[in-house]
Design a protein around this ligand. Structure first.
Ligand SMILES: Nc1ncnc2c1ncn2[C@@H]1O[C@H](COP(=O)(O)OP(=O)(O)OP(=O)(O)O)[C@@H](O)[C@H]1O
Ligand SMILES: CC(=O)N[C@H]1[C@@H]2OC[C@@H](O2)[C@@H](O)[C@@H]1O[C@H](C)C(=O)O
Length: 367
């Protein structure tokens, strides 16, 4: 692939297990990014349960390998991605032949960089065959094999979105897990800060039978329990300097058990905001504002708590003209183009890898 602008699809199935995000962008893998289309295809409840079961199994495994439950979930997930791309392209009026590459993140079922592995499921070869589009997948393994954290990878895309204006800047992604990217004239620093919506979602499922706290309405009615918040924050992890990354299951709602539903929601929401405030102390300088992407920016209570605990203006990435629901999916389109061009996707300042590295595994279509 040369250095010209191409059309690329990006596919993300995030730690929230809410669905497949699919984006179509035009990019050169460097400064040029033009979003064209975006769709989010929610998982059916049965799909979500199948992915949860696969995650449980994977967390108990000593290393990635064959497993009937996980393999069946991977096949289902691949089918859902095929359908998502077909709908995305039909809606955009773009033929598969016009697309240079699809970046397929897959689903993280376990992330264990400390043990030398990270595991994203999904069959890239099958996706390439079904769509007739070249696919790049397995974005994280090469970085972990080289001693990196394997995450976060989207920071280089954040750099393309922010451009050269308004530096130093910080972009906060509020997914299931939160990660922050700090950018100035010559530095790109990023790391996971702690849970974002993951624990709030777990709490809502356990206490209210709902998938998430829409708008942060339940948390807005509750009071933050200071002693439970202290318990949640009682981990050396938050003071550890980057690089660092998390598995979705590294923190649990256990300390909040026994609180009233609204108080638990308020306390877990405050936990996310407090851990982002702690993360700011690990950055080389204080950014002028927090630019927020990911589903958590729809949670007004979380956004207000973030502003209160960080003392910074907290701005959805829409203020810069981008779609914060699409950022991760677009990012994997961008990373796929970079990987195909041999450009680095991870850096010492983002994953802690010793030198900038490219990555991904490439599958060509048999059109
Ligand atoms: N209207 C809303 N109100 C409150 N929270 C919301 C709303 N919409 C989405 N969310 C939250 O955002 C989450 C999904 O965010 P997102 O899609 O960015 O996460 P993800 O990509 O699955 O996770 P990760 O970035 O960790 O891989 C939902 O699980 C929910 O908690
Ligand atoms: C192992 C894994 O899938 N990590 C995800 C997760 O979700 C958010 C946070 O934890 C981030 O580090 C990463 O995803 C984003 C897309 C990234 O790599 O930049």
């Amino acid at each position: 692939m040369g250095s010209e602008h191409v059309l690329a699809v990006g596919l993300m199935s995030g730690t929230s297990l809410d669905g497949v995000d699919a984006a179509l962008i035009e990019t050169d893998g460097e400064a040029h990014v033009r979003p064209i289309a975006f769709r989010s295809e929610p998982y059916a409840e049965t799909d979500r349960r199948q992915l949860q079961a696969a995650t449980q199994r994977a967390l108990a495994c000593a290393a990635p390998g064959a497993d009937a439950t996980i393999d069946a979930a991977a096949a289902m997930l691949t089918d859902r991605h095929v359908a998502a791309v077909r709908r995305l392209l039909a809606e955009a009026g773009v033929a598969p032949e016009q697309v240079a590459v699809a970046g397929f993140h897959g689903q993280t079922v376990a992330h264990r960089p400390d043990r030398g592995w990270t595991w994203q499921i999904g069959d890239g070869a099958a996706l390439a065959r079904a769509l007739g589009i070249a696919v790049t997948d397995d974005f994280r393994s090469a970085d972990v094999a080289a001693g990196g954290q394997g995450a976060p990878l989207i920071p280089v895309y954040h750099r393309a979105l922010i451009g050269a204006e308004g530096l130093p800047a910080a972009v906060l992604n509020l997914g299931g897990v939160a990660n922050i990217t700090y950018l100035d004239q010559d530095r790109l620093i990023a790391f996971d800060t702690g849970p974002a919506n993951g624990l709030i979602d777990d709490w809502m499922a356990a206490e209210c039978g709902r998938a998430f706290d829409a708008g942060g309405a339940l948390a807005a009615q509750g009071h933050v329990d200071a002693s439970v918040l202290d318990m949640l924050l009682d981990s050396d992890w938050f003071d550890q300097p980057p690089p660092k990354s998390l598995d979705r299951a590294d923190f649990t709602i256990q300390p909040a058990r026994g609180l009233a539903p609204a108080d638990g929601a308020a306390t877990l929401t405050a936990f996310t905001a407090a851990t982002v405030a702690l993360a700011l102390d690990l950055l080389p300088a204080r950014p002028a504002r927090l630019i927020v992407a990911g589903g958590g920016r729809h949670n007004a209570t979380l956004m207000a708590m973030l502003a209160a605990r960080t003392g910074l203006p907290v701005t959805p990435i829409e203020a810069l003209g981008w779609n914060g629901d699409a950022t991760e999916a677009e990012g994997f389109a961008y990373l796929a183009v970079r990987a195909r061009r041999g450009l680095p996707i991870s850096f010492p300042g983002t994953t802690g890898v010793a030198a900038p590295r490219t990555g991904g595994r490439h599958h060509d279509p048999q059109r």
